[in-house]
Design a protein around this ligand. Structure first.
Ligand code: PLP
Length: 429
C-alpha cells in the first residue's frame, strides 16, 4: 500500500545534516524546498481553461496532510490490527502494545510528567470538552476573547467562564489577565498557544507563571502550536495541554489531552461505558482511574498510532529545522503580501512578532470567499476563508464578514509561496 502513496521527496533532516554545519548558509536555504514528504504532495487539480496544476495547499492550519512516515506507520499498524485491550490473541496484544506505546510517545513528545495522564480523544474540541467536564464544581475559568470556539464554548456552557477582552498589545493583555485573576480567584486559565487567525505565538512560560501566581492552573490549547514549536508540560509548567492529530500531520481522527491526573481521576467518567469500569453490578459501578476512566468504548487505536508516528517524525526532523523552514517561508509570504496593493494583514497584538506559519489577511473590494474561490479556480491554490471558528475576535478586529487565511507547514515550498503571491498580485492589480 505504501508504494502507491504519492509524495514529494525533498530535504529531510538527514539530508541536511549530511551537508554539514552550518546548515543554513546562503547557498542552502531550506525554504526553497519543502521540508518533509507529505501524502498527496504532488496531487494535481483542475483549474480554469481545462488545465491541471499541482495543488498548492495553504490550509495546513485547518488540517495538515499526512506525513509519509505517518501513513507508513499507520499502514503497518493496520496490517496487524486487531482488538485493543480485550483479546489474548497475539495481534490483540500487538495492537494493545502499540496503543499504549503511542500514549508514552505522546507523553515524551509534549514533555509530560511521569504522573500526568495522557487521554486520547477525538480532537482538540473533544479534549477541551473533557477539560470542562473535569473542572472542579466550584471552579471558574478565565479565557481571552481571541480563542477558537473550541476553547470558548465548552467553558461558556459551564456557566463559569470569565472572558477577558485582549488589548492591542500583549503586555496590556497580560496586565488585564493579571487584574482579572487578582480580583477573583479562578481554577483555570485556558489559553491558546498560537492564534489560528494570525499565527501569533503567546509566551507560555509567562502565562503559566501568571496563572500559578494566582493559584490557577493553566490549560494550553496547542492545536496550532505543536506542529511548529517545541512545548513541554514539565519545563513550561503547563497543567493541561490539548491538540489534534489532524493538525500535526496525522489526520486519522484522534486528539490528545495530557495533564494533571487529580482532576481527571476525581471527575465522573467523560463517557460511561465499557473499558472505563473496574467492576459493574446492576446497582453500582466502580470506575477506573487513569486514562481508561475517560476513554470508554473502543478507542481510535490507529489514530493514536498515527499521532505517535507524527510525534516521532517531528522529533526526528527537529523543531530547530522546522522553525528555520517556517520562518523562511513566513518572511517570504509576509514580504509578498506587504507588496500587494489593498491587502491588509490581520494582527491581534502590536508587540508579538513570533508567529507560526499562518497569515490572515483581507483584500480591499473583495470578499474573502471571492479571493479563495479565485485562487482555487484559476490557480489551484487552497486557502481558508471565513471566520475560522473565532467569531468574537474577527468581529472585534473589524472583519465580522471574514478574512482569508494562508497557512503552511512541512510540505510547503517557496515555489508554493511565490505562486500564491503571484496569484494574489494578479487579482489585486
Ligand atoms: N483550537 C485551535 C487554536 C484551533 O485552531 C482549532 C482548529 O482549527 C481547534 C482548537 C479545534 O480543533 P479540532 O477541530 O481539531 O477540534
Amino acid at each position: 500500500m505504501t508504494a502507491v502513496l504519492d509524495t514529494t521527496v525533498t530535504v529531510t533532516a538527514d539530508v541536511v545534516a549530511e551537508q554539514g554545519t552550518p546548515i543554513f548558509d546562503e547557498g542552502h536555504c531550506p525554504g526553497t524546498t519543502s521540508l518533509a514528504p507529505v501524502v498527496g504532495g504532488t496531487q494535481t487539480v483542475p483549474v480554469s481553461g481545462g488545465r491541471e496544476v499541482r495543488y498548492a495547499n495553504f490550509d495546513y492550519a485547518a488540517s495538515a496532510p499526512a506525513l509519509t512516515e505517518v501513513a507508513e506507520a499507520f499502514t503497518a499498524a493496520l496490517g496487524q490490527y486487531a482488538s485493543v485491550h480485550r483479546g489474548a490473541g497475539h495481534l490483540s496484544q500487538v495492537t494493545t502494545a502499540r496503543y499504549e506505546q503511542a500514549r508514552e510517545t505522546v507523553r515524551r513528545f509534549v514533555g509530560g510528567r511521569a504522573d500526568d495522564t495522557v487521554v486520547f480523544t477525538r480532537n482538540t474540541t473533544d479534549s477541551i470538552n473533557l477539560a470542562a467536564h473535569i473542572l472542579p464544581a466550584d471552579g471558574e475559568v478565565v479565557v481571552l476573547d481571541i480563542e477558537h470556539h473550541a476553547n470558548l464554548l465548552p467553558w461558556q456552557r459551564t456557566g463559569r467562564a470569565r472572558v477577558v477582552v485582549a488589548r492591542s498589545t500583549f503586555a496590556e493583555t497580560l496586565a488585564a489577565l493579571e487584574a482579572e485573576l487578582a480580583a477573583r480567584p479562578a481554577a483555570l486559565l485556558a489559553i491558546t498557544g498560537a492564534s489560528n487567525v494570525t499565527g501569533e505565538v503567546l509566551p507560555i512560560r509567562t502565562l503559566t507563571a501568571l496563572a500559578h501566581r494566582h493559584g490557577a492552573r493553566i490549560l494550553v490549547d496547542a492545536a496550532q502550536l505543536v506542529a511548529h514549536r517545541a512545548v513541554s508540560l514539565a519545563s513550561h509548567g503547563i497543567d493541561y495541554l490539548v491538540f489534534s492529530g489532524h493538525k500535526v500531520y496525522a489526520p486519522f481522527g484522534a486528539g490528545v489531552l495530557v495533564g494533571r491526573s487529580d482532576w481527571l481521576d476525581a471527575a465522573q467518567p467523560y463517557l460511561a461505558g465499557g473499558g472505563a469500569t473496574q467492576n459493574v453490578a446492576l446497582e453500582e459501578t466502580t470506575w477506573h482511574t487513569g486514562p481508561a476512566r475517560h476513554e470508554a468504548g473502543s478507542p481510535n487505536v490507529l489514530g493514536a498510532v498515527a499521532i505517535a508516528a507524527a510525534a516521532d517524525a517531528i522529533d526526528h526532523l527537529g523543531y530547530e529545522l522546522i522553525g528555520y523552514h517556517e520562518r523562511d517561508l513566513l518572511t517570504r509570504l509576509d514580504a509578498g503580501l506587504a507588496g500587494l496593493e489593498g491587502v491588509t494583514p490581520l494582527r491581534i497584538f502590536d508587540d508579538v512578532d513570533e508567529r507560526v506559519g499562518i497569515a490572515g489577511f483581507v483584500v480591499d473590494g473583495r470578499t474573502a470567499r471571492e479571493v479563495a474561490e479565485h485562487l482555487s479556480e484559476h490557480h489551484g491554490i487552497g486557502v481558508r476563508d471565513g471566520k475560522f471558528c473565532a467569531h468574537p475576535v474577527l468581529r472585534r478586529l473589524g472583519h465580522a464578514d471574514g478574512a482569508v487565511r494562508a497557512s503552511f507547514g512541512l510540505g510547503t515550498s517557496s515555489d508554493d509561496v511565490d505562486r500564491l503571491i503571484a496569484a494574489l498580485a494578479e487579482l489585486t492589480r
